[in-house]
Unconditional design. Structure first.
Ligand SMILES: [Zn+2]
Length: 335
């Protein structure tokens, strides 16, 4: 017997007074004596069967996926003969000089619109040029003062070796001629070159260093870009352009200290995409160095990765993926 039940049994006499005689029997603790069994562990012991696994074991078995059948309305998938096709297959050459010129002009105009979208449109600085296929010492360039976001094919100017406009109207940025004429002359393989004062390229240029191979993407420029460490104000003569071209050498890009970045390539697509990628690589290294001490990719791996991601074919297709959306959204660019 527990202490609690014993205490209740000892209260057998009801507490009543004479004044209350005649009234019905008041409730007394006797009624509590009739309480059958106080709470005890025996009550729990009497529970028949604790929660068991039976409930889960009794759950219906998981049904297997039904076997699907083709029907008359849904015939089997028809596959063609297996073939191999990769992104970087060669693009068919254009059939004529006129077609090649138009191809370069369209991509040049699109490149300006893309540069505007990327924010590479600071002030009046910035130019992308494309060599003409018929007059290889002439190049197409944007008119000075026209915002990149509004440039159309019909706005492009053709400039000769003297910096004179021979097709189109509108002023030419003197710096554009001074820099690009020298590069097109020094590098016959270069079809296009791009230079603007984009924020991250400009910020990185102040450090006076080439980029490290910090990421897969930045390996596109591993041992393939140079530093031009001789800023002397706005480039207004071809002598300085020639020195920039000499610093560029056979590489795809050059960082112009205290100025910005420049890319050059065998197609408009390559020069433009490499510009976008180089500004992005500058941004990435600035972020990484601000956050800590980045760990560079080892030389052998960086060299291999450069071969994998640094080719003009990859740049061409990267640019093409941007071109399609832009032309769809801004079809006037091709007018
Ligand atoms: Zn500049």
């Amino acid at each position: 017997m527990t202490d609690l039940s014993a205490a209740l049994q000892n209260t057998s006499e009801p507490h009543s007074t004479n004044a209350l005689q005649g009234t019905p029997e008041p409730q007394s603790t006797n009624t509590l004596q009739d309480t059958p069994v106080p709470l005890s562990t025996s009550a729990l012991q009497g529970t028949p069967e604790p929660l068991s696994k039976h409930a889960l074991q009794d759950a219906p078995a998981r049904q297997s996926a039904p076997t699907l059948q083709n029907t008359a309305d849904t015939p089997p998938l028809q596959r063609h003969a297996p073939l191999r096709k990769f992104w970087f297959d060669d693009v068919p050459p254009r059939a004529s000089i006129a077609a090649e010129r138009r191809y370069r002009q369209e991509r040049l105009a699109v490149a300006f619109r893309l540069f505007a979208r990327y924010g590479f449109d600071q002030g009046l600085a910035g130019h992308i040029t494309a060599r003409d296929p018929e007059w290889p010492d002439h190049f197409w360039v944007n008119p000075f003062g026209k915002h990149f976001s509004r440039i159309r094919v019909s706005d492009l100017l053709l400039v000769n070796t003297e910096g004179e406009i021979v097709v189109g109207e509108g002023p030419v940025n003197q710096a554009a001629f001074a820099i690009h004429a020298a590069i097109h002359e020094a590098r016959p393989d270069v079809i296009a070159a791009a230079h603007t004062h984009s924020l991250y390229g400009k910020a990185w240029s102040t450090l006076g260093r080439t980029l490290d191979p910090l990421t897969q993407d930045s390996c596109a420029f591993y041992q393939d870009h140079a530093l031009f460490d001789d800023f002397r104000g706005v480039v207004l003569d071809t002598d300085e352009g020639a020195r920039i071209a000499a610093a560029l050498g056979e590489r795809k890009a050059v960082i112009l200290k205290n100025h910005g970045i420049l890319t050059a390539g065998p197609s408009v697509e390559a020069a433009a995409w490499w510009y976008i990628a180089l500004d992005n690589a500058c941004h990435a290294q600035l972020l990484a160095e601000a956050a800590g001490t980045p760990q560079a990719i080892p030389h052998d791996v960086a060299t291999l990765t450069h071969e994998q991601v640094g080719r003009p074919g990859g740049a061409l297709f990267a640019f093409q993926s941007l071109l399609e959306g832009l032309v769809e959204a801004e079809p006037d660019v091709l007018t």
